[in-house]
Design a binder for this molecule. Structure first.
Ligand code: 4AD
Ligand code: MG
Length: 430
Protein backbone atom coordinates (compact mmCIF):
# COMPACT_ATOMS: atom_id res chain seq x y z
CA UNK A 1 0.00 0.00 0.00
CA UNK A 2 1.42 3.38 -1.02
CA UNK A 3 1.02 6.01 1.70
CA UNK A 4 2.66 9.04 3.31
CA UNK A 5 4.49 9.50 6.59
CA UNK A 6 1.59 11.57 7.95
CA UNK A 7 -0.78 8.65 7.36
CA UNK A 8 1.25 5.69 8.63
CA UNK A 9 -0.90 5.55 11.77
CA UNK A 10 -3.63 3.94 9.66
CA UNK A 11 -1.32 1.02 8.82
CA UNK A 12 0.13 -0.20 12.13
CA UNK A 13 1.75 -3.67 11.71
CA UNK A 14 1.04 -3.51 7.98
CA UNK A 15 3.44 -3.14 5.07
CA UNK A 16 3.50 0.24 3.30
CA UNK A 17 5.55 1.93 0.58
CA UNK A 18 6.52 5.59 0.93
CA UNK A 19 8.19 7.90 -1.58
CA UNK A 20 10.83 9.67 0.53
CA UNK A 21 14.21 11.34 0.83
CA UNK A 22 17.07 10.51 3.16
CA UNK A 23 17.28 13.38 5.64
CA UNK A 24 20.07 11.74 7.61
CA UNK A 25 21.52 8.31 8.20
CA UNK A 26 23.61 6.36 10.65
CA UNK A 27 24.68 2.76 10.43
CA UNK A 28 26.83 0.07 11.98
CA UNK A 29 27.76 -3.38 10.69
CA UNK A 30 24.43 -4.84 11.69
CA UNK A 31 21.85 -2.10 11.56
CA UNK A 32 21.10 1.11 9.62
CA UNK A 33 18.88 3.95 10.80
CA UNK A 34 17.42 6.02 7.97
CA UNK A 35 15.87 9.37 8.84
CA UNK A 36 13.20 9.58 6.16
CA UNK A 37 11.20 12.63 5.11
CA UNK A 38 8.49 12.90 2.50
CA UNK A 39 7.15 16.42 2.96
CA UNK A 40 4.30 15.28 5.17
CA UNK A 41 6.61 14.43 8.03
CA UNK A 42 9.66 12.60 9.32
CA UNK A 43 10.01 8.94 10.36
CA UNK A 44 12.88 6.63 11.20
CA UNK A 45 13.38 3.55 9.02
CA UNK A 46 15.28 0.69 10.65
CA UNK A 47 17.13 -1.76 8.41
CA UNK A 48 18.37 -4.88 10.23
CA UNK A 49 21.05 -6.79 8.33
CA UNK A 50 19.90 -10.18 9.57
CA UNK A 51 16.31 -9.55 8.45
CA UNK A 52 16.71 -8.28 4.87
CA UNK A 53 18.46 -9.42 1.71
CA UNK A 54 22.15 -8.58 1.60
CA UNK A 55 21.62 -6.16 -1.35
CA UNK A 56 19.01 -4.16 0.57
CA UNK A 57 21.23 -3.75 3.59
CA UNK A 58 24.05 -2.59 1.28
CA UNK A 59 21.74 -0.01 -0.31
CA UNK A 60 20.81 1.28 3.13
CA UNK A 61 24.42 1.43 4.26
CA UNK A 62 25.60 3.30 1.15
CA UNK A 63 22.67 5.58 0.47
CA UNK A 64 23.60 9.28 0.55
CA UNK A 65 21.89 12.23 2.20
CA UNK A 66 18.92 13.57 0.15
CA UNK A 67 18.82 10.59 -2.22
CA UNK A 68 15.24 9.81 -3.19
CA UNK A 69 13.75 6.37 -2.83
CA UNK A 70 10.70 4.22 -2.48
CA UNK A 71 11.01 2.58 0.86
CA UNK A 72 8.83 -0.36 1.90
CA UNK A 73 8.42 -1.54 5.47
CA UNK A 74 6.17 -2.55 8.33
CA UNK A 75 4.74 0.31 10.43
CA UNK A 76 5.47 -0.09 14.16
CA UNK A 77 4.09 1.95 17.00
CA UNK A 78 6.97 3.49 18.96
CA UNK A 79 6.46 5.75 21.94
CA UNK A 80 10.00 7.14 21.76
CA UNK A 81 9.58 8.44 18.20
CA UNK A 82 8.38 12.07 17.95
CA UNK A 83 5.68 11.04 15.46
CA UNK A 84 4.85 7.89 17.46
CA UNK A 85 5.85 5.48 14.67
CA UNK A 86 8.83 3.74 13.16
CA UNK A 87 9.29 1.71 9.97
CA UNK A 88 10.92 -1.74 9.90
CA UNK A 89 12.34 -1.61 6.39
CA UNK A 90 11.84 -4.60 4.09
CA UNK A 91 12.80 -3.11 0.73
CA UNK A 92 14.52 -0.08 -0.79
CA UNK A 93 14.27 1.14 -4.36
CA UNK A 94 16.61 4.06 -4.98
CA UNK A 95 15.07 6.58 -7.41
CA UNK A 96 17.87 9.12 -7.61
CA UNK A 97 21.23 9.19 -5.93
CA UNK A 98 22.19 12.58 -4.51
CA UNK A 99 25.90 13.45 -4.57
CA UNK A 100 27.54 15.89 -2.15
CA UNK A 101 24.39 17.52 -0.79
CA UNK A 102 25.66 20.90 0.39
CA UNK A 103 23.74 21.15 3.67
CA UNK A 104 25.26 18.54 5.94
CA UNK A 105 24.30 17.79 9.53
CA UNK A 106 27.17 20.02 10.73
CA UNK A 107 26.67 23.74 11.48
CA UNK A 108 26.49 26.20 8.57
CA UNK A 109 26.54 29.99 8.60
CA UNK A 110 23.34 31.92 7.87
CA UNK A 111 24.59 33.40 4.59
CA UNK A 112 25.46 29.92 3.32
CA UNK A 113 22.04 28.62 4.30
CA UNK A 114 20.33 31.64 2.72
CA UNK A 115 22.25 31.04 -0.53
CA UNK A 116 20.88 27.50 -0.43
CA UNK A 117 17.38 28.47 0.65
CA UNK A 118 15.90 26.26 -2.11
CA UNK A 119 17.47 23.26 -0.30
CA UNK A 120 17.42 24.60 3.25
CA UNK A 121 13.60 24.48 3.10
CA UNK A 122 13.91 20.68 3.39
CA UNK A 123 15.44 20.90 6.88
CA UNK A 124 13.36 19.93 9.88
CA UNK A 125 13.01 23.37 11.44
CA UNK A 126 12.32 25.08 8.14
CA UNK A 127 9.73 22.44 7.34
CA UNK A 128 8.09 23.01 10.72
CA UNK A 129 8.08 26.79 10.20
CA UNK A 130 6.35 26.45 6.81
CA UNK A 131 3.72 24.17 8.38
CA UNK A 132 3.00 26.77 11.08
CA UNK A 133 2.76 29.46 8.38
CA UNK A 134 0.27 27.30 6.51
CA UNK A 135 -1.78 26.75 9.68
CA UNK A 136 -2.00 30.51 10.30
CA UNK A 137 -3.27 30.98 6.74
CA UNK A 138 -5.79 28.16 7.12
CA UNK A 139 -7.02 29.52 10.46
CA UNK A 140 -7.28 33.01 8.93
CA UNK A 141 -9.66 31.84 6.21
CA UNK A 142 -11.57 29.80 8.80
CA UNK A 143 -11.97 32.78 11.15
CA UNK A 144 -13.07 35.35 8.59
CA UNK A 145 -15.38 32.99 6.75
CA UNK A 146 -17.06 32.02 10.02
CA UNK A 147 -17.46 35.71 10.91
CA UNK A 148 -19.15 36.48 7.58
CA UNK A 149 -16.29 38.28 5.83
CA UNK A 150 -15.85 38.07 2.05
CA UNK A 151 -12.36 37.49 0.64
CA UNK A 152 -11.51 40.25 -1.83
CA UNK A 153 -8.30 40.53 -3.84
CA UNK A 154 -6.93 44.06 -4.25
CA UNK A 155 -4.55 44.82 -7.16
CA UNK A 156 -0.77 44.53 -6.86
CA UNK A 157 -0.03 47.19 -9.49
CA UNK A 158 -1.37 50.49 -8.23
CA UNK A 159 -1.19 54.24 -8.72
CA UNK A 160 -1.62 55.20 -5.05
CA UNK A 161 0.47 55.05 -1.89
CA UNK A 162 -1.46 54.34 1.32
CA UNK A 163 1.56 54.24 3.64
CA UNK A 164 3.58 57.23 2.40
CA UNK A 165 5.61 57.75 -0.74
CA UNK A 166 9.14 57.06 0.52
CA UNK A 167 9.05 53.27 0.36
CA UNK A 168 7.47 52.63 -3.03
CA UNK A 169 8.69 50.21 -5.65
CA UNK A 170 8.33 52.02 -8.92
CA UNK A 171 7.73 50.39 -12.28
CA UNK A 172 6.62 51.56 -15.71
CA UNK A 173 3.05 50.63 -16.59
CA UNK A 174 3.29 51.10 -20.35
CA UNK A 175 3.34 54.93 -20.59
CA UNK A 176 2.24 55.49 -17.00
CA UNK A 177 4.01 55.19 -13.66
CA UNK A 178 2.92 52.45 -11.30
CA UNK A 179 3.92 51.08 -7.91
CA UNK A 180 3.87 47.65 -6.36
CA UNK A 181 1.22 47.62 -3.65
CA UNK A 182 2.36 48.63 -0.14
CA UNK A 183 -1.05 47.71 1.24
CA UNK A 184 -4.39 46.79 -0.30
CA UNK A 185 -6.22 48.91 2.26
CA UNK A 186 -7.60 51.70 0.06
CA UNK A 187 -9.13 49.14 -2.30
CA UNK A 188 -10.42 47.12 0.65
CA UNK A 189 -12.26 50.25 1.84
CA UNK A 190 -14.05 50.36 -1.52
CA UNK A 191 -14.80 46.64 -1.18
CA UNK A 192 -16.19 47.12 2.37
CA UNK A 193 -18.67 49.70 1.00
CA UNK A 194 -19.84 47.04 -1.47
CA UNK A 195 -19.69 43.88 0.68
CA UNK A 196 -19.74 45.05 4.32
CA UNK A 197 -16.98 42.96 5.88
CA UNK A 198 -14.05 41.93 3.70
CA UNK A 199 -10.53 40.59 4.05
CA UNK A 200 -7.57 40.22 1.74
CA UNK A 201 -4.45 38.12 1.82
CA UNK A 202 -1.63 38.90 -0.50
CA UNK A 203 1.93 40.09 -1.05
CA UNK A 204 2.92 43.68 -0.31
CA UNK A 205 6.15 45.49 -1.10
CA UNK A 206 8.19 48.07 0.77
CA UNK A 207 11.38 49.49 -0.68
CA UNK A 208 12.56 50.04 2.87
CA UNK A 209 16.28 50.23 3.41
CA UNK A 210 15.83 48.55 6.81
CA UNK A 211 18.08 45.69 7.72
CA UNK A 212 16.46 44.42 10.90
CA UNK A 213 15.24 41.00 11.95
CA UNK A 214 11.66 42.18 11.43
CA UNK A 215 11.81 43.72 7.96
CA UNK A 216 11.26 42.10 4.60
CA UNK A 217 11.07 43.88 1.26
CA UNK A 218 8.25 41.59 0.16
CA UNK A 219 5.87 40.35 2.83
CA UNK A 220 2.35 38.98 3.05
CA UNK A 221 -0.43 40.82 4.77
CA UNK A 222 -3.97 39.95 5.88
CA UNK A 223 -6.12 43.09 5.62
CA UNK A 224 -9.70 43.05 6.93
CA UNK A 225 -11.93 46.11 6.47
CA UNK A 226 -15.37 46.58 8.01
CA UNK A 227 -18.17 49.07 7.23
CA UNK A 228 -19.90 50.59 10.27
CA UNK A 229 -17.09 49.37 12.60
CA UNK A 230 -15.64 52.05 14.82
CA UNK A 231 -12.37 52.14 16.72
CA UNK A 232 -13.36 49.82 19.58
CA UNK A 233 -15.16 47.32 17.28
CA UNK A 234 -11.95 47.08 15.26
CA UNK A 235 -9.84 46.16 18.30
CA UNK A 236 -12.29 43.40 19.22
CA UNK A 237 -11.99 41.77 15.78
CA UNK A 238 -8.20 41.91 16.08
CA UNK A 239 -7.97 40.29 19.50
CA UNK A 240 -10.42 37.55 18.57
CA UNK A 241 -8.62 36.88 15.30
CA UNK A 242 -5.15 36.75 16.83
CA UNK A 243 -6.35 34.52 19.70
CA UNK A 244 -7.92 32.21 17.10
CA UNK A 245 -4.72 31.81 15.09
CA UNK A 246 -2.61 31.20 18.20
CA UNK A 247 -5.00 28.56 19.54
CA UNK A 248 -5.26 26.91 16.09
CA UNK A 249 -1.47 26.65 15.83
CA UNK A 250 -1.29 25.16 19.34
CA UNK A 251 -3.95 22.59 18.43
CA UNK A 252 -2.76 21.60 14.97
CA UNK A 253 1.01 22.16 15.06
CA UNK A 254 2.09 20.65 18.38
CA UNK A 255 4.71 18.45 16.69
CA UNK A 256 6.09 21.40 14.71
CA UNK A 257 6.30 23.61 17.82
CA UNK A 258 8.17 20.81 19.57
CA UNK A 259 10.59 20.49 16.64
CA UNK A 260 11.18 24.23 16.89
CA UNK A 261 11.74 24.02 20.64
CA UNK A 262 9.02 26.63 21.20
CA UNK A 263 7.95 27.23 24.80
CA UNK A 264 4.19 26.90 24.34
CA UNK A 265 3.19 27.92 27.88
CA UNK A 266 3.46 31.58 26.84
CA UNK A 267 1.23 30.97 23.80
CA UNK A 268 -1.43 29.14 25.77
CA UNK A 269 -2.27 32.38 27.63
CA UNK A 270 -3.10 34.22 24.41
CA UNK A 271 -6.86 34.69 24.70
CA UNK A 272 -9.05 37.75 24.16
CA UNK A 273 -9.30 40.44 25.46
CA UNK A 274 -5.85 42.00 25.07
CA UNK A 275 -4.55 44.90 27.20
CA UNK A 276 -4.58 48.45 25.79
CA UNK A 277 -2.31 51.38 26.56
CA UNK A 278 -2.50 54.83 24.99
CA UNK A 279 0.54 56.37 23.34
CA UNK A 280 0.52 59.06 26.07
CA UNK A 281 0.64 56.41 28.81
CA UNK A 282 3.26 54.47 26.89
CA UNK A 283 5.51 57.57 26.82
CA UNK A 284 5.08 58.00 30.56
CA UNK A 285 5.75 54.30 31.13
CA UNK A 286 8.95 54.51 29.05
CA UNK A 287 10.14 57.51 31.05
CA UNK A 288 9.56 55.55 34.25
CA UNK A 289 11.57 52.68 32.77
CA UNK A 290 14.53 54.98 32.14
CA UNK A 291 14.04 55.74 28.43
CA UNK A 292 14.52 59.45 29.12
CA UNK A 293 15.35 60.43 25.55
CA UNK A 294 11.96 59.57 23.98
CA UNK A 295 9.68 62.59 23.54
CA UNK A 296 5.98 62.92 22.76
CA UNK A 297 5.58 62.88 18.97
CA UNK A 298 8.41 60.43 18.34
CA UNK A 299 8.03 56.93 16.95
CA UNK A 300 9.01 53.92 19.05
CA UNK A 301 11.99 51.79 18.21
CA UNK A 302 12.10 48.10 18.94
CA UNK A 303 13.69 48.53 22.42
CA UNK A 304 10.73 50.75 23.35
CA UNK A 305 8.20 48.27 21.93
CA UNK A 306 9.87 45.40 23.75
CA UNK A 307 9.94 47.25 27.08
CA UNK A 308 6.19 47.86 26.80
CA UNK A 309 5.41 44.31 25.60
CA UNK A 310 7.47 42.80 28.43
CA UNK A 311 5.12 44.19 31.06
CA UNK A 312 2.22 42.14 29.66
CA UNK A 313 1.83 38.42 29.01
CA UNK A 314 -0.46 38.97 26.01
CA UNK A 315 -0.13 41.11 22.90
CA UNK A 316 -0.76 44.77 23.79
CA UNK A 317 -2.52 47.49 21.79
CA UNK A 318 -0.78 50.87 21.79
CA UNK A 319 -3.58 53.29 20.86
CA UNK A 320 -4.13 56.96 20.00
CA UNK A 321 -0.83 57.81 18.30
CA UNK A 322 0.15 61.37 17.35
CA UNK A 323 -1.48 62.31 14.04
CA UNK A 324 1.87 63.44 12.67
CA UNK A 325 3.33 59.91 12.95
CA UNK A 326 0.59 58.12 11.08
CA UNK A 327 -0.72 57.90 7.49
CA UNK A 328 -3.15 60.42 5.97
CA UNK A 329 -6.31 58.30 6.18
CA UNK A 330 -6.63 57.88 9.97
CA UNK A 331 -9.63 59.33 11.82
CA UNK A 332 -8.70 61.94 14.44
CA UNK A 333 -9.97 61.53 17.99
CA UNK A 334 -12.98 63.74 18.80
CA UNK A 335 -11.53 64.64 22.22
CA UNK A 336 -8.06 65.43 20.92
CA UNK A 337 -7.47 65.94 17.20
CA UNK A 338 -3.69 65.70 17.76
CA UNK A 339 -4.08 61.95 18.05
CA UNK A 340 -5.72 59.42 15.73
CA UNK A 341 -8.04 56.46 16.42
CA UNK A 342 -5.48 53.83 15.64
CA UNK A 343 -3.68 50.97 17.33
CA UNK A 344 -0.51 48.99 16.79
CA UNK A 345 -0.63 45.50 18.25
CA UNK A 346 2.70 44.54 19.80
CA UNK A 347 3.44 40.83 20.18
CA UNK A 348 4.95 39.53 23.43
CA UNK A 349 8.53 38.29 23.86
CA UNK A 350 10.10 41.00 21.71
CA UNK A 351 8.53 40.06 18.35
CA UNK A 352 7.36 43.61 17.73
CA UNK A 353 4.41 45.13 15.89
CA UNK A 354 2.31 42.49 14.19
CA UNK A 355 -0.76 44.64 13.38
CA UNK A 356 -1.32 48.23 12.33
CA UNK A 357 -4.93 49.38 12.12
CA UNK A 358 -7.30 52.32 12.55
CA UNK A 359 -10.67 53.88 12.03
CA UNK A 360 -10.63 55.68 8.66
CA UNK A 361 -11.58 59.29 7.97
CA UNK A 362 -15.10 59.28 6.54
CA UNK A 363 -15.53 63.01 6.07
CA UNK A 364 -14.75 64.00 2.46
CA UNK A 365 -13.49 67.51 3.25
CA UNK A 366 -11.11 66.37 5.98
CA UNK A 367 -9.79 63.52 3.85
CA UNK A 368 -9.12 65.90 0.96
CA UNK A 369 -7.31 68.25 3.33
CA UNK A 370 -5.11 65.40 4.56
CA UNK A 371 -4.29 64.29 1.01
CA UNK A 372 -3.10 67.83 0.31
CA UNK A 373 -1.17 68.10 3.59
CA UNK A 374 0.66 64.87 2.78
CA UNK A 375 1.58 66.17 -0.67
CA UNK A 376 -0.20 63.30 -2.44
CA UNK A 377 -1.32 63.59 -6.06
CA UNK A 378 -5.09 64.12 -5.72
CA UNK A 379 -5.93 62.72 -9.14
CA UNK A 380 -4.77 59.24 -8.02
CA UNK A 381 -7.17 59.41 -5.04
CA UNK A 382 -10.29 60.66 -6.76
CA UNK A 383 -11.92 57.24 -6.62
CA UNK A 384 -10.98 56.98 -2.93
CA UNK A 385 -12.69 60.32 -2.21
CA UNK A 386 -15.82 59.02 -3.96
CA UNK A 387 -16.19 56.54 -1.08
CA UNK A 388 -16.83 59.61 1.14
CA UNK A 389 -19.20 61.27 -1.34
CA UNK A 390 -21.71 58.49 -1.88
CA UNK A 391 -23.08 57.18 1.42
CA UNK A 392 -20.00 57.60 3.58
CA UNK A 393 -19.98 55.55 6.80
CA UNK A 394 -17.60 55.09 9.72
CA UNK A 395 -15.37 52.16 8.94
CA UNK A 396 -12.21 50.54 10.22
CA UNK A 397 -9.67 47.91 9.36
CA UNK A 398 -6.20 46.59 9.99
CA UNK A 399 -3.28 44.74 8.49
CA UNK A 400 -1.56 41.76 10.11
CA UNK A 401 1.96 40.99 8.91
CA UNK A 402 2.09 37.24 8.33
CA UNK A 403 5.85 36.78 8.66
CA UNK A 404 6.14 38.60 11.98
CA UNK A 405 3.27 36.51 13.28
CA UNK A 406 4.97 33.30 12.11
CA UNK A 407 8.20 34.48 13.78
CA UNK A 408 6.39 35.06 17.06
CA UNK A 409 4.58 31.72 17.10
CA UNK A 410 7.65 29.74 15.99
CA UNK A 411 10.07 31.68 18.18
CA UNK A 412 12.18 32.51 15.08
CA UNK A 413 15.12 34.80 15.51
CA UNK A 414 14.58 36.54 12.15
CA UNK A 415 11.68 36.91 9.68
CA UNK A 416 13.88 35.59 6.85
CA UNK A 417 13.07 32.05 8.05
CA UNK A 418 9.31 32.60 8.04
CA UNK A 419 8.76 33.04 4.29
CA UNK A 420 9.79 30.45 1.66
CA UNK A 421 12.00 32.77 -0.39
CA UNK A 422 12.76 35.98 1.53
CA UNK A 423 13.39 39.24 -0.30
CA UNK A 424 15.85 41.22 1.80
CA UNK A 425 17.84 44.38 1.29
CA UNK A 426 20.76 42.51 -0.25
CA UNK A 427 19.05 39.36 -1.39
CA UNK A 428 17.11 38.46 -4.53
CA UNK A 429 18.67 34.99 -4.84
CA UNK A 430 17.44 32.27 -4.92
O1 4AD B 1 1.55 49.11 9.92
P1 4AD B 1 1.46 48.87 8.44
O2 4AD B 1 2.36 49.63 7.55
O3 4AD B 1 -0.07 49.11 8.08
C1 4AD B 1 -0.63 49.11 6.85
O4 4AD B 1 -0.07 48.85 5.80
C2 4AD B 1 -2.11 49.38 6.86
N1 4AD B 1 -2.49 49.94 5.55
C3 4AD B 1 -2.85 48.10 7.16
C4 4AD B 1 -4.35 48.29 7.19
O5 4AD B 1 -4.83 49.00 8.05
N2 4AD B 1 -5.05 47.64 6.29
O6 4AD B 1 1.69 47.32 8.17
C5 4AD B 1 0.87 46.36 8.78
C6 4AD B 1 1.70 45.21 9.32
C7 4AD B 1 2.70 45.61 10.39
O7 4AD B 1 2.11 45.67 11.65
C8 4AD B 1 3.72 44.49 10.29
O8 4AD B 1 3.26 43.34 10.96
C9 4AD B 1 3.73 44.19 8.82
O9 4AD B 1 2.52 44.65 8.28
N3 4AD B 1 4.86 44.84 8.15
C10 4AD B 1 5.99 44.21 7.77
N4 4AD B 1 6.38 42.93 7.88
C11 4AD B 1 7.59 42.58 7.39
N5 4AD B 1 8.41 43.45 6.77
C12 4AD B 1 8.07 44.75 6.62
N6 4AD B 1 8.89 45.60 5.99
C13 4AD B 1 6.81 45.18 7.14
N7 4AD B 1 6.15 46.38 7.16
C14 4AD B 1 4.98 46.13 7.78
MG1 MG C 1 2.67 50.06 11.36
Amino acid sequence: MKTTIANVGQFVEKEVTIGAWIANKRSSGKIAFLQLRDGTGFIQGVVVKAEVEESIFLKAKNITQESSLYVTGIVREDERAPSGYELTVTNIEVIHESVDYPITPKEHGTEFLMDHRHLWLRSKKQHATMKVRNEIIRATYEFFNKEGFVKVDPPILTGSAPEGTTELFHTKYFDEDAYLSQSGQLYMEAAAMALGKVFSFGPTFRAEKSKTRRHLIEFWMIEPEMAFYEFEDNLQVQEQYVAHIVQSVLTHCSLELKTLGRDTSKLEQIKAPFPRITYDDAIQFLHEKGFDDIKWGEDFGSPHETAIADSFDKPVFITHWPTSLKPFYMQPSKENPDVVLCADLIAPEGYGEIIGGSERIHDAALLEQRINEHGLDKTAYEWYLHLRQYGSVPHSGFGLGLERTVAWLCGSEHVRETIPFPRLLNRLYP
